[in-house]
Design a protein around this ligand. Structure first.
Ligand code: PBG
Ligand code: ZN
Length: 323
């Protein structure tokens, strides 16, 4: 007798009936960039289809996103000034704080997550305070991150997502939020965040490339999988409500292992470089873009992601690539 797995692939109906995974549109998170000014909708050259929006324009853009069924965004700010203490990150009148207030007023049901980091707000582009020797000063940085998270909460953010990779930041942020009366505001921690070249296009978009050195002293070595699981464990112990693996496609093994060991939901970040590679190949006519996007999103799901943060979110909803 010949065993025939093909019997269950004979037509679309039976393939769908036995499909093991599907991407839930509700689990997509759309990262967006907000800048100062008015009537700004500036294309990001390295990320075709993505823009830097001023607050009035992001509100317009969100109208169509919400109409398509988008439930959540991850907000990044490009501030009007930068200094050595990232003051614009925790300024009550900062770009993210004002954007969140406007967005939540107009779209109270849209779930707004804010990225908590200092690199966009530091004159040198690192994610923390930099010491004289050029190294990042972990502990004093925690206070600034916690202040930033609290100011996002006060502006009305639904969730904060620290992406800095300083040791102890989840606990510091949790403490500060609790003190401020935000005991119920969840933290999504960028837990297994690798020092990856896949962030290149994002650093152009957010103007956050470090002016000297690199992020290898705080982001994870791409050779290490076990270390990633330790970071995940520590973040859960410190109080992370959701843990994240980032980037996604080159780290699906880490995502799978994280999903197996984590007692909290797992997010994956389909980062800028992954997005831009798809766009570039599609523009060259080398790939079937829609099929590639669908396949990538399904890969995250199959590997165990509950939440998928992706620049493809809007187009995936628009083109019906989720099934
Ligand atoms: C800020 C931050 C980065 C990303 C998310 N938050 C850049 C970095 O760490 O260099 C990357 C997102 C992307 O590439 O899409 N720390
Ligand atoms: Zn950063």
């Amino acid at each position: 007798m010949i065993i025939r797995p093909r019997r269950l692939r004979k037509n679309e109906t039976i393939r769908s009936m036995v499909a093991e995974t599907a991407v839930n549109p509700d689990s997509l998170v759309y990262p967006m960039f907000v800048v100062e000014g008015e009537k700004v909708k500036e294309p990001i050259p390295s990320m075709p289809g993505q823009f830097r929006f001023s607050i009035d324009e992001i509100l317009k853009e969100l109208e169509s996103c919400v109409a398509l069924g988008l439930k959540s965004i991850l907000l990044f700010g490009i501030p009007s000034y930068k200094d050595e203490m990232a003051s614009s990150a925790y300024d009550d009148d900062g770009i993210v704080q004002r954007a969140v207030r406007s967005i939540k007023t107009k779209f109270p049901d849209l779930y707004v997550i804010t990225d908590v980091c200092l690199c966009e707000y530091m004159s040198h582009g690192h994610c923390g305070i930099v010491k004289e020797d050029g190294d990042v000063d972990n502990d004093p940085t925690l206070e600034l991150l916690a202040k930033t998270a609290l100011s996002h909460a006060e502006a009305g953010a639904d969730m904060v997502a620290p992406s800095d990779m300083m040791d102890g930041r989840v606990a510091a942020i949790r403490g500060k939020l609790d003190e401020g009366g935000y005991q119920n505001l969840p933290i999504m921690a960028y837990s297994a965040k690798f020092a990856s070249a896949y962030y290149g296009p994002f650093r152009d978009a957010a103007d956050s490339a470090p002016h000297f050195g690199n992020r290898k002293s705080y982001q994870m070595d791409v050779r290490n999988g076990r270390e990633a699981l330790r970071e995940v464990e520590l973040d859960i112990e410190e109080g992370a409500d959701i843990v994240m693996v980032k980037p996604g496609l080159a780290f699906l093994d880490v995502l799978r292992q994280t999903a197996e060991m984590s007692c909290v939901p797992v997010a994956v970040y389909n980062v800028s470089g992954e997005y831009s590679m798809v766009k570039a190949a599609a523009q060259a006519g080398w790939i079937d873009e829609n099929s590639i996007i669908r396949e990538n999103l399904l890969a995250f799901k199959r590997a165990g992601a509950d939440i998928i943060i992706t620049y493809h979110a809007k187009e995936a909803l628009e083109k019906g690539l989720i099934s």
